[in-house]
Ligand binder design. Structure first.
Ligand code: RUB
Length: 345
C-alpha cells in the first residue's frame, strides 16, 4: 500500500464514477454481454474512473481504481476476459503509484487511461486477426452451426465472406436468453443465409453441417472450453457425427489461474430467465390451490458449461490455431505464472 493511501476504508467511501456503476449494472443485467464486449466495457469504465477522478494523491486514485475494478469484477464470474482486462489496465499500479512520489496523480491517471486504450485496441485487432485465421478453415459453400452469440466466432465468418466465400449458417436459438437471434441478425446483415433452429434440433441438423463454430468465455490450461451452456452437448454430438468443432477465442479468453489448478466458476442465473411466475404456478400451483409450492420443485439455470478438450478440434486465436491440448504453451508464454489481482487489497 502506498504511504498516502488511506488505510482500511470501505469501498462505499470511495467515489466511483457513475459510468463504472452503470457499466457494472449493465454487465450484470446482460445488457452488455459476451466475453469480448464485457472486457472492452470494463476497460473503458476504468479509464473513465481515472480520467474523471478528483483524487489528489496517487494512493487515493489507486484506491478508487481498485474499488472500481472490484465493482466490475463482481458482476459475472465465468468470462475470464473480465479479470484479464482489469489485470491489463491496472498492471504495475503499485509501481506507478510509488514512482509518482506520493504526490503527482497525473502520471498514474495517464498510465491507466493509456493502458485501457491500448487494451481495447489490442483486443479489437486480435479479433480481426483471429477472424482471418479462422476464415482459412471455412471453404466456399460450407455451412456452420453456431451456438449463442460470439463476436470472435462471427469474425471468422465475416472474414470468409469478405474473401468471397459463400457460407450458410444454422443458428441455435440458445435458450433461455436467445442470443442466437443476435447471431442471426448479424449474419443476415452480411448476406449469410440463416436457418434458426431450437436447441433440441441441433443433432438432426448436424448431418448437413461442415463445422460447429462457437466462442469461449474461458479456456482452461488443459484445453477445456467454457462457453454458453449447451456447447458441451453440441460438441459431443458433433464428434459422434464427425463434424469438426472450432472454437474462436482471442487470447484474453485464456484463464491464467487454471495454470495453477483453479477451476472456472460457472455462473448460475435467475430462475426467472427460465420460467415466468405464471408458468411456475401452472407447475406447482399456488398456496391457495390444490397443489402448493412445497419446495419440491426447483429450476437450475447454469449459464455456461465445460467442453472437455477431446471434443474440440481447434482453438483459433489471434496467435494461430491450436489443438486444445497445446493451448497451455501459449498460456504460459502470455501469462507466465503471474496471476496478480491488482483489484484486491
Ligand atoms: C456469451 C457466450 C459467448 C462468449 C464469447 O454468453 O457464451 O459465446 O462470451 O463471446 P453470455 P465473444 O450471453 O451469457 O454473455 O466471442 O463475443 O467474446
Amino acid at each position: 500500500m502506498a504511504d498516502d493511501e488511506p488505510a482500511g476504508h470501505p469501498d462505499a467511501d470511495l467515489s466511483l464514477h457513475p459510468d463504472v456503476e452503470a457499466t457494472a449494472a449493465a454487465i450484470a443485467a446482460m445488457e452488455i454481454r459476451g466475453a469480448a464486449a464485457i472486457a472492452d466495457a470494463a476497460a473503458a469504465a476504468l479509464a473513465t474512473q481515472a480520467e474523471t477522478s478528483d483524487a489528489e494523491t496517487p494512493g487515493a486514485l489507486r484506491a478508487e481504481l481498485r474499488a472500481a475494478a472490484r465493482r466490475l469484477h463482481d458482476t459475472r464470474p465465468t468470462a475470464v476476459s473480465l479479470p484479464n482486462a482489469l489485470r491489463y489496465v491496472l498492471k504495475e499500479l503499485d509501481e506507478v503509484a510509488a514512482a509518482a512520489d506520493g504526490r503527482d496523480v497525473s502520471t498514474l491517471r495517464a498510465t491507466v487511461v493509456e493502458r485501457a486504450a491500448e487494451f481495447r485496441e489490442t483486443v479489437a485487432a486480435a479479433q480481426s486477426r483471429l477472424g482471418r485465421i479462422g476464415a482459412n478453415r471455412l471453404r466456399d459453400g460450407d455451412t456452420v452451426l453456431t451456438h449463442c452469440h460470439s463476436t470472435d466466432a462471427l469474425a471468422c465468418v465475416e472474414a470468409a465472406v469478405e474473401d468471397g466465400k459463400e457460407i450458410e449458417a444454422i443458428v441455435k436459438e440458445t435458450r433461455p436468453r436467445k442470443q442466437g437471434h443476435i447471431t442471426a441478425r448479424q449474419l443476415r446483415e452480411w448476406g449469410v443465409p440463416v436457418t434458426l433452429i431450437v436447441d433440441g434440433a441441433a443433432r438432426r441438423h448436424l448431418r448437413s453441417v461442415d463445422h460447429v463454430l462457437v466462442g469461449a468465455d474461458s479456456i482452461a490450461a488443459d484445453g477445456s472450453v467454457i462457453n454458453k451452456v449447451g456447447t458441451s452437448g453440441l460438441a459431443v454430438v458433433a464428434r459422434e457425427q464427425g463434424v469438426p468443432v472450432m472454437v474462436a477465442a482471442a487470447t484474453i479468453k485464456l484463464h491464467p489461474e487454471t495454470l495453477t489448478g483453479h477451476t472456472v466458476e460457472i455462473e448460475r442465473r435467475a430462475e426467472s430467465e427460465v420460467l415466468t411466475d405464471e408458468e411456475r404456478t401452472a407447475i406447482v400451483g399456488s398456496n391457495e390451490g390444490e397443489r402448493s409450492d412445497d419446495g419440491s420443485f426447483a429450476v437450475d439455470n447454469p449459464a455456461f458449461d465445460v467442453t472437455p478438450p477431446r471434443f474440440v478440434d481447434a482453438i483459433v486465436t489471434e496467435r494461430g490455431q491450436f489443438p486444445p491440448e497445446s493451448i497451455v504453451t501459449l498460456m504460459r508464454e502470455l501469462f507466465g505464472e503471474d496471476v496478480a489481482a491488482p483489484w484486491t487489497r
